[in-house]
Every structure is written in structure tokens, then in C-alpha cells.
Design a binder for this molecule. Structure first.
Ligand code: SP5
Ligand code: ZN
Length: 336
């Protein structure tokens, strides 16, 4: 399997995030990449596909914000990494703010996603990593490719960051594949958390199918998306499938949900399957509550391999750093 990775993705390293009312060390840290790389065979550096495929998914105003807000934060004399504290809930949206606090709340939905001087650089190369893995599939001689992306992407929408995510790597690859001629793209999201950004981006489109297995949003982040009743809108009606599972879920009920998702994906007859893979379904993940074991991960990928389409695996979350290498290499080993 072709593996893509760029070391510039390590530069983004926020010091802390707000969790449960306190600032705690940032869980989505660069050491995650080191742990995964150490367990994998050699990887290739991505090519630079430029900003156009990123602009095809994210709004110009949001991309401008991501590239400038850290410097603006510093100029305003604010300490630490840029972080919002006020959010425009049901307020009119404007883009002409003169205070950095107003601007950052406008494009964020949580206090877990700080912006550092290196965030843009890392996120940009994360997106290029996904695009380069896609390109290796398009050349046609392999059936799977792995994009070791960081920061992750699936919580980021067209015009917002959140959940440690800034650019939606999976969505950028999906849109690039459509532009390059793939008629139908499916995205299967098996991170512990619902992929709200990906869902939002494609919610009203019938050409990109989105299926997600995740912790029930009544009990888990991101709380406000991911219910079974969210099935898409307009041309996208029926092209979103949410399969929430309870706290404590083990491999057997997880496999049942996966089989349901895979049957729906196969019925969609995709030309490309993108897998948003999170290792945070693991039993000892520090911020999550499913109970998958190391030996369960090849079962997931064996089942996913049954879908008759090229498969692009994009790294999302997973925070049990000491076990990440075994989880990811186990997952990749099950692809046939
Ligand atoms: C990509 C991804 O996995 N993003 C996840 C973002 C989750 N951010 C909020 C985490 C809140 C965890 N609260 C539980 C604390 C248990 N001690
Ligand atoms: Zn997650």
C-alpha cells in the first residue's frame, strides 16, 4: 500500500485546549505522527497540488482567516495560541470585525481548536498529503493508499474549524476526485466522533455519499450533529447515513453497524471510497469511550475491503499515543 506523509504536519503544536471546564494539555499532538510512522513501512512525500483543490471545498473568507489570525492575535498582544471565547449563535454573520476575538469566534465552533503560527503550514500539507494519496490511486496500479494526515479534518466544514480540525482532508480529496472525473464518491467515517464537517460539506449533494459510525451525540462530542434523522437534504436526501452507538460499544455491535454502513456504500456504487479513519474507538483512548481492541482493527479493514472501489484511507483522530502504531498498522494490514 502506498503511504504518504509530510513532516511539516508536525509544526502545528498547540499547548492546551479547553476540556470540561479546564485547560488541559493538547491531545492532538505531533507525537501521534511519530508513533504511527514508527510502525509503518517507508512513506512518500506529497506533491504540492496548490490551493485550488482546498478552495474547492473551503470558503475564501475562512481560508484567509486561517492564514492570518495567528499574526493578528500576536499583534493584538494576546497570550498563547489564538482561541475563541464568543460564538455567533443564531446571530447575523459579518466579516468586517476589528477585534481578533470576534473574527476567531466567527470561524470556530469550540474551544478545543487553537490556531498557532504553524497551523496553516501543517494543515496545508495535511491536505496535500490526502491529495497525493488520491493521485497515487488515480494512476491505477494500487487499490489502496494511506494518507497520514495531521491535523485531522473531519470536524472542519466549508467555513469553520473545530475538533482539532482546520482543513477537511477527506472532503478535499473527495471533491478533487469528482473534479478529476469520478462520478460518485463515498466517504465512510469510522472515527469515534461524528464527522460533522464532512457531513455539512456534502449534505445537499447526491454525488458524495457520507456514512458515519460514531458515539451517540446525546453523550459525546460534537453533540449537535450525527443523529439518525440526519439523512441529507435536496439532491442529497438519502446520501447521508448516521449510525450512532452507545458508550462502551465493543467489536461485535460495531461490526454490525459497519456491515450496515458498507451495504449502503455498496448500493451507492461509488467510483472511489474514502475512509476517514480514527484510532479513537480504541478501548484505552484517553478522550473516548468505545471498547475496540488492537486485534479488532484488521476485522474492520477486511470488511471495508469488500467494497468494489479504490480505497483512500485518511487519518483522523486517535490519542492513545503508545498504542497508535499497533492500531494503525493493524488496520492497514487487513486491506486486501
Ligand atoms: C478528530 C477528532 O477526533 N477530534 C476530536 C475532538 C474532541 N474534542 C473534545 C474532547 C472532549 C473530551 N471530553 C472527555 C474527557 C474525558 N476525560
Ligand atoms: Zn475523533
Amino acid at each position: 500500500m502506498d503511504i504518504f506523509y509530510d513532516p511539516r504536519q508536525r509544526a502545528h503544536a498547540p499547548a492546551q485546549e479547553m476540556q470540561d471546564g479546564a485547560f488541559v494539555p493538547y491531545a492532538e499532538k505531533p507525537e501521534r505522527l511519530d508513533a504511527i510512522l514508527a510502525a509503518l513501512p517507508a512513506s512518500s512525500a506529497p506533491k504540492d497540488h496548490g490551493i485550488a483543490p482546498i478552495e474547492a471545498v473551503h470558503t475564501g473568507a475562512y481560508l484567509d482567516f486561517l492564514q492570518t489570525v495567528s499574526a493578528e492575535w500576536k499583534e493584538a498582544g494576546r497570550p498563547g495560541d489564538a482561541l475563541p471565547y464568543v460564538f455567533p449563535l443564531n446571530a447575523p454573520f459579518h466579516d468586517d470585525f476589528e477585534r481578533v476575538e470576534a473574527r476567531i469566534g466567527r470561524y470556530s465552533y469550540d474551544m478545543g481548536t487553537p490556531i498557532t503560527p504553524h497551523t496553516w503550514e501543517s494543515a496545508y500539507w495535511g491536505a496535500q498529503t490526502a491529495l497525493s494519496a488520491l493521485e497515487s490511486l488515480q494512476s491505477g496500479d494500487t487499490r489502496q493508499a494511506f494518507a497520514l494526515c495531521r491535523p485531522p479534518g473531519h470536524h472542519s466544514g466549508a467555513g469553520y474549524c473545530g475538533g482539532y480540525c482546520y482543513l477537511n482532508n477527506a472532503a478535499i480529496a473527495a471533491e478533487a476526485a469528482r473534479t478529476a472525473g469520478a462520478g460518485r464518491v463515498a466517504i465512510l467515517d469510522v472515527d469515534y466522533h461524528h464527522g460533522n464537517g464532512t457531513q455539512d460539506i456534502f449534505y445537499d449533494r447526491g454525488d458524495v455519499f457520507f456514512a458515519s459510525i460514531h458515539a451517540d451525540p446525546r453523550t459525546d462530542y460534537p453533540f449537535y450533529w450525527g443523529r439518525t434523522g440526519e439523512t441529507g437534504a435536496g439532491d442529497g436526501e438519502g446520501a447521508t447515513l448516521n449510525l450512532p452507538l452507545p458508550i462502551g460499544t465493543t467489536i461485535e455491535p460495531y461490526m454490525e453497524a459497519l456491515d450496515t454502513a458498507l451495504a449502503a456504500v455498496s448500493r451507492f456504487r461509488p467510483d472511489l471510497l474514502i475512509i476517514s479513519f480514527g484510532a479513537d474507538t480504541f478501548e484505552r483512548d484517553p478522550i473516548s469511550s468505545f471498547k475496540l481492541r488492537i486485534e479488532d482493527y484488521p476485522r474492520l479493514s477486511q470488511a471495508i475491503s469488500g467494497v468494489d472501489a479504490p480505497q483512500l484511507i485518511v487519518m483522523e483522530g486517535g490519542y492513545a499515543v503508545d498504542d497508535l502504531g499497533a492500531i494503525v498498522s493493524g488496520f492497514l494490514s487487513g486491506f486486501k
